[in-house]
Each structure stands twice: as C-alpha cells, then as structure tokens.
Write a protein that binds this ligand. Sequence first.
Ligand SMILES: Cc1ncc(COP(=O)(O)O)c(C=O)c1O
Length: 493
Amino acid sequence: MFIKIDRASEVPVYRQIYQRIIELIREGTLKPGQRLPPSRELARLLGVSRRTVSRAYDELIANHWLESRTGSGTFVSREVYEVKELFGEEEPPPKEEPPRPAAIDWSKFMLEMRFYSALPRERLPEGTIRFTQALPDPSSFPFEEIKRISTNLLWKPEHYYFDYSNPQGYPPLLDLLHEECELDGIDMGRNVVVVTMGFQQALDLVTSLLVEPGTAMVIEEPTYNATITLVKAKHFRTYTVPVGEEGVDLARLERRLRRGDVRLVVVTPTLHNPTTVTMGTEARMELIRICARHQVPILEDDYASDLHYRGMAHPTLKALDEAGAVILVRSFSKSLLPGLRIGYMVVPREIALSLVRLKRAVDKGNPAFFHVLLEQFMRKGFWRKHLGRIRRLYEHKLSLTLSALRKHLPDGVNFRAPEGGFFVWLRLPEKLSGEEALERMRENLVEAGVYNYFNYHRADGPGLRVAFSMVPADMIEPGIERLGRVLKELLSG
Ligand SMILES: Cc1ncc(COP(=O)(O)O)c(C=O)c1O
C-alpha cells in the first residue's frame, strides 16, 4: 500500500494516513471489501507508532470508509461500493479534481470525542458479552405501574400535562423531592429543589452560571465520561485532580484552588464512577472546608446513593454543608429509567432564581407529563418498592460478578468489592495498554470499559471498568471467564 509520510508537514501524521487511504479508495487501488494490513504491521512499514495508525483507522471507520470485523481485521467498507451503485457511478471521480475553496475550516471546530467511534453499538459481532454499559437492566423497568399511572392520567387529560411547564419543575413533584431531601438531613430552609433533564442538564446549567470566560473548573481523574464530554463541548479551562483510595486527593485539590482561577469543583463522593470509591464522612467535611476557604462552590454528583447495597450510606456533602457551598445533583437515570430524563438539583437559595431563569432561557421547561408520571409513581409508593426490587437484583449480579472475578482473574489484577452501584473497577499492572486490551477483548467476544474512556486527556491508564448491571445473570461468569483469559494472555505476552 503506497503511503508516504511527510514529516515536515503541519498535517498530523495520522491525518496524512487518513487522507491517503481515502485517495487510494477513491482511485480504486483499494477495493470495497479489501483487507487492510493490521495496524501493527502498517505502523512498522511506515515507521510510525501503532497508535497513530489506529487513530487513522478509527476515524476512517467512524466515517464509513473502512469497517472493522472483530477477529478478522479492517476492510474497505462495502458502503463505499453501495454509494457508487446508488449514484450509478462507474468510474471513480478523477483524482485531479481541483479542490473547491472552503470558506470555513471546519476542522478547527471538531470536538475530540473519538471514543464514540471506537465503541459503536451496531458493529459488535453477535455473541459479544458487554461489560461496558453501566445502565439499568431493562428487565427491571416497572412497566406495569407506568402503564397503570399513564392510562389513568390520559383517561382524563389535563391541559398542563402538555402545556409549557414551570421551569423549576411540576410543583407537587418539587414538594415530594423537598420532603425526600429533608429526610436525608438537608437543611431545606436554605436550599431549593430545581428539577432538570438529568444530571447532564444540571451540569450544563451550573457551569453556564458559574464558570465565566477566563475562569476554570476542576473535575476528577478519572471521571464519568459524560462530564468530560460536556466540559469539552463547552470549551472550559479544566483541571483534573486524581481520585485515590479515599476519594479525590484533597491536598492536590487545595493546591489547585490556591491559584485563584477555579470557579467550580465537580466531585462524585459516593460510588465514584469509574473507581467505585466512596469518601468517608471526615474527608467529605474536609472537602467542604477547603472549598469554602477558597470560596469555590462544589457540584456534588450523587447519581448512585440509591444503589447502596451493603453497609451504611454516608451523608451527602449537601447534608454536611453548613457553609452553603454545595450544589447537590441527583438523577433517576440509574435507579429508575434513563429515558425519563429526570434529575434534580438542590441549590442554595441565593442562586436558585438565577438557575431557574437560565433554565427557562435554554429549554422553556421540561415535559410536564413525565414529571406528573414520576410524582404519581413516588406518591403511590411504587418508588420505594422499585428500589427494594432493583437493589436485590443488582446485589445478586454484583455477587456473581465478584465470585467470577475471584475465580478467573490472573495474578496482578486487583479490585475492591464496591458497596453498591453497577460496576467493579479492576486495577491492572501498569504495562497494559487499554486500547490493545479492548481490541483483544473484542476478538474474544467480550468488552469492558478501558481507562481512556474516563480520562480527560484520553490517556491510557491501569484500570478497567466491569459493568455488570445490563448483563444477564447467566452470562456474567462466561463473560468474565473470557475477560480473565484475555488479561492472562496480555500479561504474559
Ligand atoms: C457519574 C454519573 N453521574 C450522573 C449520571 C446520570 O446522568 P443523567 O442523569 O444525565 O442520565 C450517571 C449515569 O450514567 C453517572 O454515571
């Protein structure tokens, strides 16, 4: 395959490979269905790193020039052929087509979210056991109750189900959530509930209000991928602070805050995603003291405290927050239905009105019907029953996962049994590359979440997230047996 790398060029090497392969496809040198050399081999031929070639291949796959077939390699996509057939184009377009001047260089605006093209749902071969999705098991969805409530509601529909809604949320739902927060020990004299479209909208609103141009925010490292993608999408200056065995590294955090440009710290003190670490009460109080001392608000991502199966849950930062420095965000995505898109924030009174105004400015209020549905679901007691049911379901899956891991993991791979949640975090020896591990896992019809998915800089690291919640109970052990085999091979190879 004829590819020449121009090292003096300003075009990155992976991009040169990308463009050249498209040219070779266009001129017909590479034919639909033709196999490309493995990334390792092409890298050796070109004298570049394997990662560079993989990146070019990944982008070509994402843009449908190539397709990857697990176990057999990378091929020129058949879609290229189909497109030609569709337009009746016999001959490839002439190579010397004069480039049309583009008024705008769109590449400047491209977001680095490559990972989405590396985890394409559709392209996984049948039979792959996926430990990548930390989502509720659809078999747990309470359809019967939802059917009953929505049938009743629609029997005699009210205009406000489908009118523009109150941007703070449906008032009876706000009342219920207010009571829940009081039960959790939060001072609801000083705080106000605002319902949002899940955690994601809350993060969007809070950052829009607090992180002004020229200022910065802190996120954890590693952290939840959707937090990373949102702060990237909004082009915030972002610092990362590592999460250790006790939670976010408080000494490093304080050093960062001393510089004076940080306007928000985002933390997940309970069942941190992906490491599952839960901060102790003393560390939580110290975190609040540090942030209050530097006048920096905390956004507490409490996505999983409903999914605590063992031991006692620690109080939220918000319940400990005498300083008034914490914005708590909760979600019904894991504990009920991600597609409801309902979460809520508990915010100090001082900023509540600004947040509601901002919310109205960007969405004019969320669909009220779903708020009414959730309010009824909670008021009729279905919510508590549902929580009891899913905790039993996931605790069972967690214990199957733990015993399979104990049986099948090679020496050198460690983990701590989490107290709840949807996944286990494996600590790997440093030498393993996540991308290589993912490739080998897919060849063996299994998948787990590799470290760079959770890293702001998309860097590799020694961790692997094994999410068990969506995997049918009888597939957990076979999947982990495959995973153990792959890790064994990688470690001995
Ligand atoms: C760390 C973390 N925060 C928040 C959420 C919930 O996000 P949302 O409410 O936007 O669905 C999740 C769910 O996947 C999560 O893992």
